[in-house]
Write a protein that binds this ligand. Sequence first.
Ligand SMILES: *[C@@H]1O[C@H](CO)[C@@H](O)[C@H](O)[C@H]1NC(C)=O
Ligand SMILES: *[C@@H]1O[C@H](CO)[C@@H](O)[C@H](O)[C@H]1NC(C)=O
Ligand SMILES: *[C@@H]1O[C@H](CO)[C@@H](O)[C@H](O)[C@H]1NC(C)=O
Ligand SMILES: *[C@@H]1O[C@H](CO)[C@@H](O)[C@H](O)[C@H]1NC(C)=O
Length: 421
Amino acid sequence: MDTLQLALVFLSIVALHICIADETNQDYTWHIKKIPHIVSSDIVTLKNPSYEAELQLELNGTCGIECQRTLPPPSLADLEEYLSYETVFDNGTRTMTRVNVQGWHPETEMEGNKPKHSVRRKRQIYGTDSRFSISDKQFMTNYPFSTAVKLSTGCSGILISPKHALTAAHCIHDGKDYIKNGKKLRVGLLKVRSKRGGKRRKGSKRAKEDESEDADPPKKDRKQKRKSIQKRSAAAEELTNNLSGKERGSGAGKPSFQWTRVKAIQIPKGWYRDVSHNMSLDYDYAVLELKRPHKKKYMELGISPEADKMPGSRVHFSGFDEDRPGQLVYRFCRVSEESTDLFYQYCDAEPGSSGSGIYIRLKEPNKKKWRRKIIAIYSGHQWVDVNNQQQDYNVAVRITPLKYAQICYWIHGNHASCKQG
Ligand SMILES: *[C@@H]1O[C@H](CO)[C@@H](O)[C@H](O)[C@H]1NC(C)=O
Ligand SMILES: *[C@@H]1O[C@H](CO)[C@@H](O)[C@H](O)[C@H]1NC(C)=O
Ligand SMILES: *[C@@H]1O[C@H](CO)[C@@H](O)[C@H](O)[C@H]1NC(C)=O
Ligand SMILES: *[C@@H]1O[C@H](CO)[C@@H](O)[C@H](O)[C@H]1NC(C)=O
């Protein structure tokens, strides 16, 4: 039995197992809530970023769940400060938008803060590695796996609208400055390509546009352009190494990345606030607006329920772990501890998967159908300050109602489309 078959058997066992577990339980439903309003009050232009920071996939001395417990709960003014955000356009222009929050009362709404799950384990990869490499191109390029994207800087992300991807803030900004190469940030979507490069459906016009989108730098004559495309897809093919025996050697039909430029980046101010000089993970997320819409199915956002309201307290995510180049790596695991803003979880993950969208599947209200939604962003394996000692955890940033309101506002540009979620 080759690895692919093995993986498929595993997947079906897992699926079966999850179904049984789900059926025996009562209320795994998305509870649709009223969303507070985020209203922009003031926009100021800042000086262009210098793009000098180094990408750090593992952060040290961050404020995790333990550190949060020592802090007073944020006031409404604090929250408005953290939810204010920076926008950087591809032409280098940078703005700061201050926001007001309407319809939100921190005293009554911030209740998830009490410790609940006290089981705790450090985990990166220990013992058996329980990650699945999705190497079958059908799986890889179909929902939900197809929503995973790779950033040109090395992280992962997830498609959340026809034009937006969600990722971790630390993948593009170190808390002080944007990272090198952030200026030419690109998002890679997995596509199955024919030998000639470019799966052309009816509109070959779009395919052409995509090709020019691929060329780097932008202005080149046609011949050079083609060359750079070939180089790029050769590199991508190398990345997509060791598929199942059947596909190997045929060359055509392998999934490879199609790179799209980023038009604007939005990062919450909460990411670069100081928690007494230590970085706070609560706001480790960013939204990337693509220059051109993609045509794939994206995944909706949802407000993160508490871990015990999720089937098996389990979360799922797929990303591009560095130790498995070019492979899409899927895993699922239990949440072991939660605060209002963070999850600690047991998932096996390596750097590169930072920024992946963490999703769960719950029932739609009043329907039999189940739907997946993104409820958190995988921040990564991080060193958290616990009583002045560094301990490592796999940390994820939860989507709270306020973060939902903010991200939804970024996607739609108004809050009329973000009344419920
Ligand atoms: C973070 O701290 C841990 C423990 O002190 C150390 O092992 C690790 O190398 C540090 N990582 C970085 C990037 O500084
Ligand atoms: C910040 O981190 C340092 C060590 O990296 C630690 O000594 C200090 O107590 C931390 N501060 C807070 C507020 O957690
Ligand atoms: C950069 O792009 C943004 C958004 O498209 C625009 O508002 C701004 O005026 C541009 N800045 C410059 C200097 O061209
Ligand atoms: C891919 O497979 C080939 C032959 O089976 C092997 O030599 C090579 O090391 C593999 N590459 C990786 C990255 O696993």
